[in-house]
Design a protein around this ligand. Structure first.
Ligand code: FRU
Length: 516
């Protein structure tokens, strides 16, 4: 198998970090990303660009934003569709810009110099292929050196654009508003709040429905780096509250963790989504070790697209709280054409023939009792691989497990890569997963999305999520590894399980592009 994931977006080459400018326009999903096309480490930041019809099959488009001629780098930001042409960009004096209203894409991004960061805009004259930087940039300059990552959305009730942007090393999220994306007024600040770490980055603010109610709440997301309370590295936290167009007011003083794995950072949500769903993607790596992790042709990937909502659930027998729920978007549409989703023979070891290309890419859903007498620790599944056919003796594997004794889920990637160690690369992540009541029983439910080089675990229908990247020392993009073996529990009494083999093609360049 090749190490390049296919269900998860990767850049063609070079170094990628944050997803930027996530926007749906004319039915297409645009994905921009922090990209260094000339090196395998962060630096020389451009905005790369890709489009997709289903959020999984991506086509690379030409670079959207190049560094400025004076050396200013293109740091993170967002995108909106300026339907009613508040900017005036979408009509020249002869009314010639042909873009339809849904193709009026404006990018809002930070320009980075060593001593200054400012907020800037660029617009597309052709429905989202090329971008023209606004001649009067920057649109916000506070004479600050740590001021970045604007996320902008239209606030219907107050008829304004709203921007959340990090005053990174002051631990504050500044909130601005504007009628036209060009003139901005600062209206409030949020923070310091929750974990601070070294600095705040990549804020987001959006409204989410509460499951099984007619109610909504606002969610403020703040990434911090370094300073994860779990591993010391990059991590994302969120706050639940209300927003009136000016001020974000949290409902409590709890900082909640977005993802309990080691590799989920700088996420952002899509704007202009047709059906109103809230969909987010994050960078699946960690600044603590990203520049050092084994890589040849490209470095970096994104989490799969996740649909977000809120759920009221018990954290312990005395406290019921709202938590973020994340589910992989439309994962069943990626079912491998040669396979049927089938209940597994769970008491046996399953082995996929080497030619069965989807054997290491799957979504496995399993429900089990919250306690078990016969086994203290359940190695829930192990995926082994080897360059030779003696795969069962291979010492290389990734393990996802559930420990009944602690009620905890873990991903152990310590046996994946024999030759690379880094003291800041945690070999495992672990966190409790309180059981839920399903059909009158106390159960634990896991959804495991396995792709090459990355696994995402969705606990209790998305109530707690873990994302870990992992490395191979055998096989590569060019020399596929033929032998792998999936082990499933022999002792565990699973209540239900379902294996969905998945496949999609990896991103590719498309030669012809015309969006309007
Ligand atoms: C987050 C981040 C952002 C910045 C970008 C630079 O990962 O540090 O704050 O805009 O990456 O690539």
């Amino acid at each position: 198998m090749s190490a390049r994931p296919c269900l998860h977006f990767t850049p063609p080459e070079g170094f990628m970090n944050d997803p930027n400018g996530l926007v749906q326009s004319n039915g297409l999903w645009h994905l921009f990303y922090q990209w260094n096309p000339t090196g395998m480490e962060a630096g020389n930041q451009h905005w790369g660009h890709a489009i997709s019809r289903n959020l999984y099959n991506w086509n690379y488009l030409p670079v959207a934003l190049l560094p400025n001629e004076d050396g200013g780098l293109m740091f993170s930001g967002s995108a909106v569709v300026d339907k009613s042409n508040t900017t005036g960009f979408f009509k020249d004096s002869q009314g010639r810009i042909p873009t339809n209203t849904d193709g009026r894409i404006v990018l809002i991004y930070s320009t980075h110099y060593d001593d200054r960061e400012t907020q800037n805009i660029a617009y597309s004259p052709d429905g989202g292929i090329t971008f023209i930087k606004y001649e009067n940039n920057p649109v916000i300059d506070l004479n600050e050196s740590q001021f970045r990552d604007p996320k902008v959305f239209w606030h219907e009730e107050t008829n304004h654009w709203v921007m959340v942007v990090a005053l990174a090393q002051k631990f504050r999220i500044a909130i601005f508003r504007s009628p036209n994306l060009k003139n901005w007024e600062k209206v409030s600040e949020f923070g310091p709040a929750g974990f601070t770490g070294y600095q705040y980055e990549c804020p987001d603010l959006f409204r989410l429905p509460i499951e099984n109610t007619e109610d909504h709440r606002w969610v403020m997301v703040v990434s911090i780096n370094p300073g994860s309370p779990m591993s010391g590295g990059s991590v994302t936290q969120y706050f639940i509250g209300d927003f009136d167009g000016i001020t974000f007011t949290p409902i409590d003083n709890m900082a909640r963790i977005f993802d309990y794995g080691n590799d989920c950072y700088a996420g952002q949500t899509y704007s202009n989504v047709l059906n109103g769903k809230v969909i987010s993607m994050s960078w699946a790596s960690n600044w603590n070790y990203t520049n050092d992790a084994p890589a040849k042709k490209y470095r970096g990937m994104l989490t799969c697209p996740r649909e977000l909502s809120l759920r009221s659930m018990p954290l312990n027998p005395e406290t019921q709280e709202l938590v973020l729920v994340q589910r992989p978007c439309n994962i069943e549409t990626l079912k491998h054409p040669l396979s049927e989703p089938a209940p597994l023979a769970l008491q046996t070891v399953s082995e996929f023939p080497p030619t069965f290309v989807c054997g290491t890419r799957f979504y496995l859903c399993a429900t089990m009792p919250a306690s078990a007498s016969e086994s203290e620790k359940l190695e829930f599944l192990r995926l082994r691989w080897s360059a030779t056919s003696d795969v069962l003796d291979s010492k290389q594997y990734i393990e996802i497990g559930y420990r009944f004794s602690d009620g905890a889920v873990y991903i152990d990637r310590g046996s994946c890569e024999a030759s690379w160690k880094n003291p800041l690369y945690p070999e495992r992540c672990i966190s409790s997963l309180p059981p839920i009541v399903l059909e009158d029983k106390l159960l634990v439910d896991l959804g495991i999305l396995m792709d090459h080089s990355i696994v995402e675990v969705y606990g209790n229908h998305g109530g707690k999520v873990f994302t870990n990247a992992y490395c191979f020392s055998e096989g590569s993009e060019d020399s596929p590894l033929k032998y792998y073996h999936l082990e499933l529990p022999k002792a565990a009494k699973l209540v239900k399980a379902n294996m969905l083999p998945l496949f999609t093609r990896v991103a590719k360049y498309c030669r012809k592009w015309k969006l309007v």
